[in-house]
Design a protein around this ligand. Structure first.
Ligand code: NAD
Length: 469
């Protein structure tokens, strides 16, 4: 293969980090070129988007089954058509993937479909999806190869019986018994989907709380109670010792995390959701002398540069939370560093959302983190059961909680468990970004009747008193 002319920029990876960087590069007039298979990466193809389709539609199904009589709606024979539910998911994914291809064309991004590996510091060799090879030279190169599910030692992922999130969005029938290893975001979101569709779901979590790192303990307890009422079972402080997937029924030996009684769980499907790890294998990092840290992350400086300054890294394969919107911010910032020498991502104001029902969302620090840092803080909260809109919607589980500096009232963290928490957290993120105080929020008019009034009243409860509680 003969290398074509040198490009301003070659981006390896068409996930959220890579495709956003490519579009931004095109807008800035760079000649960008992008590689790997389907555009959209994990998020669009097997992550955020398909899971949200299933979360939305499984919630509708569950609601029609269990939550209509009290609303004055009598329904007849309700049946699940899993095949069609999956088709609806695929339609959403396909539409959005094509949208990115369109944006590439619009922004003059050349799209090479294939698997890339470094031949030398400026040359990337590509095994093309449609057969054959090519190579491309880049003055600058961005690595945005993302992450993959961390496997559980001793269990073989076949995406049917032992699954990761990828299998969990594509099961062909509703399992009778599903055991989820890991009570983080993936375990709870995908566990919710299959629980709503009729599976008996047990979540085994090593720590004393669900929700993974970052979720406030009070929020975690609240959502656990609600998910429990919906039928999910939890085994906290429990570790999975080993698994046996040799027969049709998978067996898992579990034990109290601090040692103690052992028992064996049986499941027809086991979801492994114990975290994700950077995906850089096969990239030929050895050929150019780039190393990864003990977690497999590519090491970079504050401008995303590796020790080879023309090679930068963004998204899941480097530091920071493995979140699509964090990767997107970096996709824009990295191009700004390249073209203008400055870029900006505020890592203290990246929101987290768990799309269960109710949703959980937070931004900034939680109580445990503030205590550990020795920060003096005050808190105020407001329950959705006292919010007129949530009550009227008969959807009033959860609360909004603010954490603010005890002296200055500057907002340090916002934690929400409740309906539409994922949308509402945008206001908290903006407040944090602008350095707002809870009084700034409390003195801002919020339309009535909306769920957002709970946000305002929680702020009022932090510097003074709420009106409706
Ligand atoms: P996670 O880190 O959120 O949670 C993993 C959980 O598994 C932790 O609570 C951990 O204590 C537990 N665990 C680890 N090893 C265990 C073991 N041997 N036995 C029992 N429990 C064990 O990871 P995840 O849920 O797999 O998600 C992976 C990544 O993808 C995360 O960074 C997550 O934020 C991201 N993600 C985000 C969203 C979202 O933003 N809505 C959705 C899906 C995934």
């Amino acid at each position: 293969a003969t290398p074509s002319e040198e490009k301003d920029l070659v981006i390896i990876g068409g996930g959220v980090a890579g495709y956003v960087a490519a579009i931004k590069a095109g807008q800035e007039g760079l000649k960008a070129c992008q590689k790997r298979g389907a555009l959209g990466g994990t998020c669009l193809n097997v992550g955020c988007i398909p899971s949200k389709s299933l979360l939305n539609n499984s919630h509708l199904y569950h609601q029609i089954l269990h939550d209509t009589k009290n609303r004055g709606i009598d329904v007849g024979d309700v049946k699940l058509n899993l095949e069609n539910m999956m088709k609806a998911k695929e339609t959403s994914v396909n539409g959005l993937t094509k949208g990115i291809e369109f944006l590439f064309k619009k922004n003059n991004v050349e799209y090479i479909k294939g698997t890339a590996a470094f031949a030398d510091e400026h040359t990337v060799a590509v095994n093309l999806v449609d057969g054959g090879e090519t190579s491309v030279r880049g003055k600058n190169i961005i690595i945005a190869t993302g992450s993959e599910a961390t496997p559980f030692p001793g269990l073989t992922i076949d995406e049917e019986k032992v699954i990761t999130s990828t299998g969990a969005i594509a099961l062909k029938k509703v399992p009778k018994k599903m055991v989820v290893i890991g009570g983080g975001i993936i375990g709870l979101e995908m566990g919710s989907v299959w629980s709503r569709l009729g599976a008996e779901v047990t979540v085994v979590e090593f720590l004393g709380q669900i929700g993974g790192p970052g979720m406030d303990a009070e929020v975690s307890k609240n959502i656990q109670k609600t998910l429990g009422k919906q039928g999910m079972k939890f085994m906290l402080n429990t570790k999975v010792l080993k698994g046996d997937d040799s027969a049709e029924i998978v067996k898992l030996d579990v034990e109290a995390a601090k040692g103690g009684k052992q028992q064996t769980l049986e499941a027809d499907v086991v979801l492994v959701a114990i975290g994700r790890r950077p995906y850089t294998s096969g990239l030929g990092l050895d050929n150019i002398g780039l190393e990864t840290d003990n977690k497999g992350r590519l090491v970079i400086d504050s401008e995303y540069r590796t020790k080879l300054p023309h090679i930068r890294v963004i998204g899941d394969c480097t530091f920071g939370p493995m979140l699509a919107h964090k990767a997107e911010e970096e996709g824009v910032a990295v191009i700004e560093f390249l073209t203008k020498n400055y870029g900006h991502v505020n890592y203290n104001a990246i929101p987290s959302v768990m799309y269960t029902h109710p949703e959980v969302a937070w931004v900034g620090q939680n109580e445990a983190e503030l205590k550990e840092a020795g920060v003096k803080y005050k808190s105020g909260s407001f329950p959705f059961s006292a919010n007129s809109r949530a009550k009227t919607n008969q959807d009033a589980d959860g609360f909004v909680k603010f954490l603010a500096d005890a002296e200055t009232d500057r907002i340090l963290g916002v934690h929400i468990v409740g309906p539409n928490a994922g949308e509402m957290i945008a206001e908290g993120t903006l407040a944090l970004e602008y350095g707002a105080s809870t009084e700034d929020i409390g003195r801002t008019s919020h339309a009535h009747p909306t769920l957002a009034e709970a946000f305002k009243e929680a702020a009022m409860a932090t510097y003074g008193k709420a009106i409706h509680y």
